[in-house]
Design a binder for this molecule. Sequence first.
Ligand code: DC
Length: 229
Amino acid sequence: MDTRKIIIAIDGYSSTGKSTFAKLVAAKLGYIYIDTGALYRAMTLCAIKNGIIDHQNNIDYEKLQKSLCDTAIEFRPTGENGKSETYLNGENVEKEIRGLETANKVSHIAAVPAVRNFVDSMLKRYGEKKGVVMDGRDIGTAVFPNAELKIFMTADPEIRAQRRYNEMVAKGENPNMEDVLKNLQERDYIDTHRETAPLTQAPDAVLLDNSHMTLDQQMDWIITLLEKR
Ligand code: DC
């Protein structure tokens, strides 16, 4: 196995378990894990709080552009085995950014080119020293087209909705299965159809369909892949 530090780009559909998988891969290799979706979620929360996106998801583009200069997002370690939480302008927003309101609006904010440029420049700084695992939608296609290893994750929509539903129940929420599936399908549509950096499998990405795979099986799969390098 080639032991030089690389960039591992993990892209794919919502609720395919990208972040769980990416975190484990990072821990296994001693790499840093970057949750790029959290940055878009924090940008969205900021837009909600500042009245930049309304109930019908209309966006005030001018106000959004201006607010970018005052938006500081960071990941701060929790002290718990490599875990970190998202901070927006110094405030811990980890819980808020995972809620349904942010989830319903994030694809709209993430489709705005100025927002994507803002997040991309943060991601490029994180990737400078390599040794990172990033999960998102456009990491292997737009942010790091030269990433040494690209993985594209997918799973059946019903299985993904069930996973998301279980996650929300485990957090004490009371979701409606139909709403969860609808939100997932809407996000899939917007993520794959937006003009800037749509979600698509890079030609050199390896496909991982984990509909019927356990996490252990996915780890065995990537270890085999890394060993072949
Ligand atoms: O991975 P996630 O579900 O936390 O991502 C939230 C949203 O952010 C998702 O609907 C699409 C967007 N996103 C993106 O456009 N590009 C990325 N690299 C990561 C996320």
